[in-house]
Design a protein around this ligand. Sequence first.
Ligand code: PRT
Ligand code: MG
Length: 221
Amino acid sequence: MSDQFTLAVAKGRILNESLPLLAAAGIRPSEDPQKSRRLILETNVPGVRLMVIRSADVPTFVQFGAADLGIVGKDVLMEHDGEDLYEMLDLGIARCRLMVAEPSTLAATDDPAQWRRLRIATKYVHTTRRHFAAKGIQTEVIKLYGSMELAPLAGLADRIVDLVDTGNTLRANGLVEVEKITDISARLIANRAALKMRHQAVQELVNKLAAAVASAAGPGE
Ligand code: PRT
Ligand code: MG
């Protein structure tokens, strides 16, 4: 009874990279979540269920206790301004960095130390505002839901804030990284009430996942 919980996992690359960690922690979904159309999957562990949902919805499900635990990107977590969420573990997967980028033509003469007022297109409105407000830089932030790289090309904004991994997407669109906001990876989060009521089950999972993360990172890391 005490080891029952529901874990909400962001579908896409976070789900793909979470499955090996969960398997190492002894949790295997009873159907292939990449193929199944079911949104709630039973696992080999009785009482442990997986919910596969949109990345941006994971913090909401966990905040309201509709899921006890969640796996979601730090980018999504920073952008979600809810309470009652606890970050339990850095899973070290789905790594990338949140960057300010601009056209290479602008970067040739631009000096970030001189920034006073910026017009920025991004999906990460709150995070962007917070980052620049802390540095005393005024921002006009334009919310986009995708293809941020298009904004400077189309003249919508001079700069963007977006996730960067290899840098290929930026390069392909004539953009360069000019400032790092933060490193990003997927995190295990927990609902506050679940932490109290299912403390043992949550702690056991955290311990097993931490061991899986450590062995995935390999010796020396
Ligand atoms: O619903 P939504 O589109 O928001 O997410 P999704 O369902 O498409 O999820 P998915 O699979 O894209 O994963 C999103 C999560 O993975 C993010 O919340 C991050 O925590 C993490 N992640 C890690 C990334 C990247 N790396 C990444 N490179 N998410 C997105 N990208 C995109 C980026 O936005 C840009 O368009 O990849 C492009 C840049 O990649 P490079 O290699 O060209 O630099
Ligand atoms: Mg995506």
